[in-house]
Design a protein around this ligand. Structure first.
Ligand SMILES: Nc1ncnc2c1ncn2[C@@H]1O[C@H](COP(=O)(O)OP(=O)(O)OP(=O)(O)O)[C@@H](O)[C@H]1O
Length: 302
């Protein structure tokens, strides 16, 4: 099931063309890493999906709806956390539900209704904090937490709104290596929830597109890696997709065995940075074909 469809999207800032004919379909439950050289337009693409910068040409669909402005189907977490310092972790996580489901007159004039709802919101916030491994820190304020904890709260804050798609823009870029690894494991936990949902014939709950500069991270946490880079047969400016292949899937309790993706990392680097490989770039835009082949093989196996 497709959650995000980017159809022939181009974007320019004034005369500067940044994206050129980007086509991408993301299915429910995929965790996709988007990588590319600095300044190639990754954040521009995320902003177009978020709806703050609709594309100059083409269209973006989330579910069946065209994105023309920010909406609750698309969540985002940035590199620098944006929590309210005067709210505890659980209050921060519950904040979006409060805005979404109540108004000031409701809270003032329907005190008991609001109190009941508030209790439910905080309970839901506790569940989401548990999901991101922060069950014990629910009453802490942001300034009492480490950077990694704050980023987990920000992710819980986005997840509680149950967006159809969650965008992560360099979410772990400001964290040290150890914390970064912890958060990567947290993403693998979310992916494991997707796997379980599929096994139980439910729609996988988490569809994520993550921009990262770290290739090991991209290959470790995602089940699909997409490379964006400048290349066009017609010489037009602007980046397009030059790489789109499945990534190895890890379980949260498995060791991070880099040897499993060392070859793919080399392939990715060549596709994104080498003009010679980009010339043949369609050879590496094969995600959906490879997935179909995997399904056929699985269906054919005894
Ligand atoms: N609001 C804007 N107005 C004009 N130019 C912009 C604007 N935002 C981005 N750009 C330019 O568009 C290009 C793509 O920027 P973008 O931030 O999307 O790239 P990126 O791949 O996310 O970069 P990085 O990896 O360094 O974060 C850059 O050359 C940037 O200078």
């Amino acid at each position: 099931m497709s959650v995000l469809d980017i159809v022939d999207v181009s974007h320019a800032y004034g005369p500067k063309k940044v994206l050129n004919q980007v086509n991408l379909r993301v299915g429910a439950g995929q965790i996709m890493a988007l990588i590319g050289p600095s300044g190639c337009g990754k954040s521009t693409l995320l902003r177009a999906v978020l709806g703050t910068h609709p594309p100059t040409f083409g269209q973006i669909l989330v579910g069946d709806c065209q994105v023309t402005a920010p909406n609750r189907d698309v969540g985002i977490v940035y590199q620098h956390y944006s929590l309210y310092d005067f709210l505890t972790a659980r209050e921060n996580v519950a904040f979006g539900l409060k805005l979404d489901q109540t108004s000031t007159p409701f809270r003032v004039f329907n005190y008991f209704g609001w109190r009941k709802l508030r209790k439910q919101h905080l309970e839901q916030a506790d569940d989401f904090l548990q999901k991101v491994g922060l069950g014990a820190a629910r009453d802490m304020y942001p300034n009492q937490m480490s950077g990694g904890m704050r980023q987990r709260v920000a992710i819980a804050q986005a997840l509680i709104m149950q967006p159809k798609i969650l965008l992560l823009d360099e979410p772990f870029g400001a964290l040290d290596e150890a914390m970064r690894e912890e958060l990567q494991l947290m993403l693998l936990q979310l992916y494991a929830e997707n796997v379980q949902a599929r096994e139980e014939n439910r729609t996988p709950p988490h569809t994520i597109v993550m921009v990262t500069h770290e290739l090991n991270e991209a290959l470790f946490v995602s089940d699909r890696v997409v490379g964006l880079s400048q290349y066009h047969a017609d010489g037009a400016n602007g980046a397009t997709i030059v790489y789109d292949r499945p990534a190895p899937v890890f379980k949260p309790d498995e060791p991070k065995d880099i040897s499993r993706f060392v070859e793919q990392k080399e392939e990715l680097i060549r596709c994104i940075f080498s003009a010679q490989f980009q010339h043949d770039h369609l050879k590496f835009v094969t995600f959906w074909d490879e997935l179909e082949k995997q399904h056929e093989e699985a269906a054919g196996s005894p």
